[in-house]
Design a protein around this ligand. Structure first.
Ligand code: SF4
Length: 144
């Protein structure tokens, strides 16, 4: 089965600060699944490194006040394109991200305050019937 995965969870340096969120539990799934890495923010045309962004109402804005909603929407569409290409029914996405976050996101004040909600890519994938989990929800999953 092909599983879509936030590329930063596999150790790709696509995070806003040019770092990653490498996660050993996620990487273990490579033993018996084909993981398809995606980074919606890069695929939407944003650079690395970049100014961090949060969802504020119906927009996505950077910490310096720039509206990057179009780039986030484009990244979500590109991610869905790849999900369809590989017939992915499942995605493991980085928690709290304004793109990948599922269930919880930051509130748009850049104060590390978490609220209920999904990132733009998580929303679009869910709308298209793809099951989303964050990196903590797969803990203990059988990999052998
Ligand atoms: S957009 Fe998703 S894959 Fe890209 S750095 Fe952010 S959380 Fe990771």
């Amino acid at each position: 089965m092909h599983i879509l995965v936030s590329a930063c969870l596999l150790g790709v340096n696509c995070k806003y600060n040019h770092g990653n969120n490498e996660n050993e539990e996620v990487k273990k799934l490579m033993k018996n699944h084909c993981l398809i890495p995606v980074c919606p923010e890069i695929m939407g045309g944003l650079p690395t490194p970049r100014v961090p962004s949060e969802i504020k109402g119906d927009k996505v804005v950077t910490e310096t006040g720039k509206d990057v909603t179009k780039e986030f929407e484009a990244g979500a569409r590109e991610t869905l394109k790849i999900a369809k290409m590989y017939h992915c029914k499942r995605a493991i996405l980085k928690e709290k991200s304004p793109s990948c976050g599922c269930g919880q996101i930051y509130d748009g004040t850049f104060s590390h305050t978490v609220i209920e909600g999904d990132g733009l890519t998580a929303r679009l994938l869910k709308k298209n019937g793809i099951t989303i989990q964050n990196e903590h929800e797969i803990c203990g999953e059988k990999t052998e």
